[in-house]
Design a protein around this ligand. Structure first.
Ligand code: SF4
Ligand code: SF4
Length: 73
């Protein structure tokens, strides 16, 4: 599937994510983070400004929990 690298950004769909951290490890820009939030492990986009929309995180996600959404601004 084609997507415009400059206009998209990764988004983690929390309900599907099993916190395996594959996306965190593959991202070369340190965009994603897994840590405990309110007593629950959570993987999220911590540095959205660094995301290039390359889609590597989405490709490795076993739960299909990452989508590329339109970047705002
Ligand atoms: S690869 Fe997918 S399931 Fe694993 S932590 Fe990332 S978003 Fe969650
Ligand atoms: S789309 Fe690319 S740059 Fe953005 S979080 Fe995923 S792997 Fe990192």
């Amino acid at each position: 599937m084609f997507w415009n690298k400059k206009k998209c950004i990764a988004n983690v769909m929390e309900g599907r994510c099993c916190n395996c951290r594959r996306c965190v490890r593959i991202c070369r820009h340190g965009v994603l983070e897994t840590c405990e939030v309110s007593g629950r492990m959570t993987t999220f986009v911590n540095r959205p400004e660094r995301c290039t929309g390359c889609g590597k995180c989405r490709a490795v996600c076993p739960e299909k929990a990452i989508e590329l959404i339109e970047k705002y601004g």
